[in-house]
Ligand binder design. Structure first.
Ligand code: T3D
Length: 266
């Protein structure tokens, strides 16, 4: 899909050395999400999932925003309950599931305001790093909707139910530094340091034991609903998978040889 104003792609994709980067690219609309854009995002996520050389994904926004959430002018997307259900089920939910199940770490580089489903998209990622001037605008109540695209799940899990309900019902805008303090995101950094911070994090993760990170991701997600007993059993299973990777052998060999490990993600 082309950006409807500039005719550039609405999702930019770059790849270098195992690091994939997807940039939401409708800056004149603050990267508000249309169904065509979400479809394209879903296709790009499928490409990355199928790429055995991929080690880390960065999702960010072009211009001054990360994403203003649902494009409120996308004709047919939100006109009534039926349209909204279709938009959520066919366009948002697949993208959130894809990020959730991607077997590699996903970083959200939140360069500016994230509103509505833009917040949900950022919080679906494994690590959220934001510019200090960015904010997380739980905007849904202002237009009479509920947090979707996993928003209620993530907000409640990260903020706790008391804080999450208030933030959602009051349509709070949480500044990035406060979001870090509340545990909503990993880090807020000075604006001019965001790109370098995200690049350094991506480079570090691109040299990490990718399979172990993917198994960790699986374990953390399951931990949301497991009992301790269930989680202990799952950890035993996933640890046995981690221990069968070449990276585990390399990690132990490197430790014993007193050298840095050279993980290959296999
Ligand atoms: O089916 C479903 O259920 C769909 C799923 C819905 C989930 C959702 O995401 S619901 C929430 C949707 N998002 C919003 O309600 C946020 C709307 N935007 C804003 O409140 C503000 O734009 C911001 C707080 C994000 C930023 O404010 P500000 O003052 O920095 O910028 P601005 O001037 O409002 O916006 C700049 C332009 O972007 C402007 O266009 P213009 O006047 O220059 O031609 C504005 O209309 C446009 N824009 C911003 N957000 C959206 C948008 N256009 C379409 N959709 C938007 N969401």
């Amino acid at each position: 899909m082309q950006n409807d104003v500039t005719r550039e792609p609405a999702i930019l994709m770059q790849q270098e050395g195992g690091i994939h980067r997807l940039t939401l690219n409708r800056p004149q609309r603050l990267n508000a999400l249309t169904r065509a854009m979400l479809s394209e995002l879903s296709d790009r996520l499928a490409d990355i999932a199928a790429d055995a050389t991929a080690r880390v994904l960065v999702i960010t926004g072009a211009g001054r925003a990360f994403s203003a959430g649902q494009d409120l002018t996308d004709a047919g997307a939100i006109e009534d309950g039926r349209a909204c259900r279709n938009t959520v089920e066919r366009y948002y939910n697949p993208v959130i599931r894809q990020i959730h199940s991607l077997d590699l770490p996903v970083i959200a580089g939140v360069n500016g305001i994230a509103a509505g489903a833009g917040v949900s998209l950022a919080l679906a990622c494994d690590m959220v790093v934001a510019a200090e001037s960015a904010a997380f605008d739980i905007a849904f109540a202002r237009i009479g909707l509920i947090p979707d695209a996993g928003g209620t799940h993530q907000l409640q899990r990260l903020l706790g139910p008391a804080r999450a309900k208030a933030a959602a019902m009051l349509g709070e805008k949480i500044a990035a530094p406060a979001a870090e303090q509340l545990g909503l995101i990993y880090r807020a950094v000075p604006d001019q340091e965001l790109a370098a911070t995200v690049d350094a994090l991506a480079a570090r993760l691109a040299n990490a034991p990718t399979k172990a990170l993917a198994l960790m991701k699986q374990a953390f997600h399951a931990g949301d609903h497991h009992s301790l007993e269930q989680q202990l059993a799952l950890e035993a299973e996933l640890q046995s998978q981690a221990a069968d990777t070449e990276d585990f052998a390399e990690g132990v060999a490197a430790f014993l040889a007193k050298r840095a490990p050279g993980f290959k993600g296999i």
